[in-house]
Design a protein. Structure first.
Ligand SMILES: [Zn+2]
Length: 321
C-alpha cells in the first residue's frame, strides 16, 4: 500500500509539471529550455492579440541565475502574467529578481504587475524613453487597444512601470548574469533595447524582429532605421540564439533574415514608386509576389499596405532634408 501511495504521489508531481497552459485552439504552451543554456522561453502564438489568445502572443523568457530568475517581457496583461508565472514555477522555483522590458508596447510589459505582486522587491528595467513614454500616455493607449481586442485587461491597472533605466551600451550584471544593452535610436520604436546575454550568447531582439506575424509601425518608429539595425546585425556578431519579439527563436539567417527581407522589399518598391512620382500602393502586387511565403504571415493583409505607405513617407522625408 505504501508503495502504491508513493507511486501515486510521484505521478501527481509529474503530471502537474507536465500539464501545460491550454490556450484553446492554439494548443499548449510551456517554457522550454534553449539547448543546454540557462535561458527558457515560452513562445506565444505569433498573431494579433485577440479574445481567444487572451492577449498572449509574445515570447516571455527567463534566465536562471544563482539565486533567482531574470524575466524578459513577461506578457500582455495581468491575467496572462499569472499564467506565465505558473508556467515558470513548473520548471523553476527560484524567485524572480528582475524584469527587463524591451519597449513601450503593452503586449510585452503589462504582465509586470502579476510578477511584482508575488515578488514586490523585483527590479524592473527599461530604456528611459520607454519609462517616459509609457507614463506619458502610451500605457493608456495600449490599455485601450488591448482591452478592445482581448477583453482580458482585468487587474492590469495600476500599471507596474519599470523604475530602473538601461541605456545604450550599458553593461549590467544581475545575479551573476551579464547583459549588454543596445538602443537603436529609432527602429521598431524609439524606446527599444536589444539585450545581449553573455553566458548563453543570446540576443533578445524585441519587436525589431518578428516572424510569422506582422505588427504595427507607430509614429515613433522608423522602417529605414529598422533596416539599418538589422543589416548591422546580419553583418556583425554571431549569437547562438536570436529571440524575436514574436515568433520562433533560432539562428541568425532564419530568424532575422525573413523580417529584413520583408522590410527591404517594401523599401525597394516604395523607392521605385517615389522615383516614378507614383502613389505608394501601385506596386503592392509586386511586393506580395516577391515576398512569397512571407505574404502569408498573420496580419499581412492589413499591415503591409500601411507599412508600404510609411516607408514611402520616410523616403520622401529623407529626400526633403
Ligand atoms: Zn512592439
Amino acid at each position: 500500500m505504501k508503495k502504491i501511495i508513493s507511486i501515486l504521489s510521484i505521478f501527481a508531481i509529474f503530471s502537474s509539471a507536465l500539464f501545460a497552459w491550454e490556450l484553446g485552439k492554439y494548443g499548449e504552451f510551456k517554457f522550454q529550455r534553449m539547448g543546454n543554456s540557462n535561458v527558457w522561453i515560452m513562445h506565444g502564438p505569433a498573431m494579433e492579440p485577440n479574445r481567444e489568445n487572451r492577449g498572449f502572443m509574445n515570447n516571455p523568457a527567463f534566465i536562471e541565475g544563482k539565486h533567482g530568475l531574470i524575466v524578459i517581457d513577461p506578457g500582455g496583461n495581468y491575467r496572462v502574467g499569472k499564467k506565465v508565472l505558473e508556467e515558470i514555477e513548473k520548471v523553476n522555483k527560484k524567485p524572480i529578481l528582475a524584469i527587463l522590458n524591451t519597449h513601450k508596447h503593452g503586449d510585452h510589459w503589462f504582465a509586470n504587475g502579476a510578477m511584482a505582486e508575488k515578488y514586490p522587491k523585483v527590479r524592473i528595467y527599461a530604456h528611459p524613453n520607454m519609462i517616459k513614454e509609457a507614463k506619458a500616455g502610451e500605457a493608456e493607449k495600449w490599455y485601450g487597444i488591448l482591452n478592445r481586442l482581448t477583453g482580458n485587461l482585468e487587474g492590469t491597472k495600476p500599471f507596474k512601470f519599470p523604475a530602473y533605466e538601461l541605456k545604450d551600451g550599458q553593461k549590467i550584471a544581475i545575479d551573476g548574469q551579464h547583459f549588454v544593452i543596445h538602443h537603436p535610436k529609432k527602429a521598431h520604436t524609439d524606446t527599444d533595447i536589444l539585450i545581449e546575454h553573455k553566458e548563453s550568447n543570446t540576443l533578445f531582439l524585441g519587436d525589431n524582429v518578428m516572424k510569422n506575424r506582422l505588427g504595427g509601425f507607430d509614429g515613433s518608429s522608423s522602417i529605414l532605421g529598422n533596416i539599418e539595425l538589422l543589416e548591422g546585425i546580419m553583418k556583425n556578431g554571431s549569437y547562438d540564439l536570436y529571440v524575436p519579439g514574436h515568433g520562433p527563436s533560432g539562428a541568425k539567417e532564419e530568424t532575422v533574415g525573413p523580417f529584413l527581407r520583408y522590410l527591404k522589399t517594401l523599401k525597394k518598391w516604395a523607392q521605385k514608386a517615389y522615383d516614378n512620382d507614383e502613389e505608394y500602393y501601385v506596386y503592392k502586387k509586386e511586393v506580395s509576389k516577391e515576398l512569397g511565403p512571407i505574404a502569408k504571415w498573420d496580419a499581412y493583409d492589413h499591415q503591409m499596405g500601411k507599412h508600404l505607405n510609411k516607408v514611402y513617407r520616410e523616403i520622401e522625408e529623407k529626400d526633403m532634408e
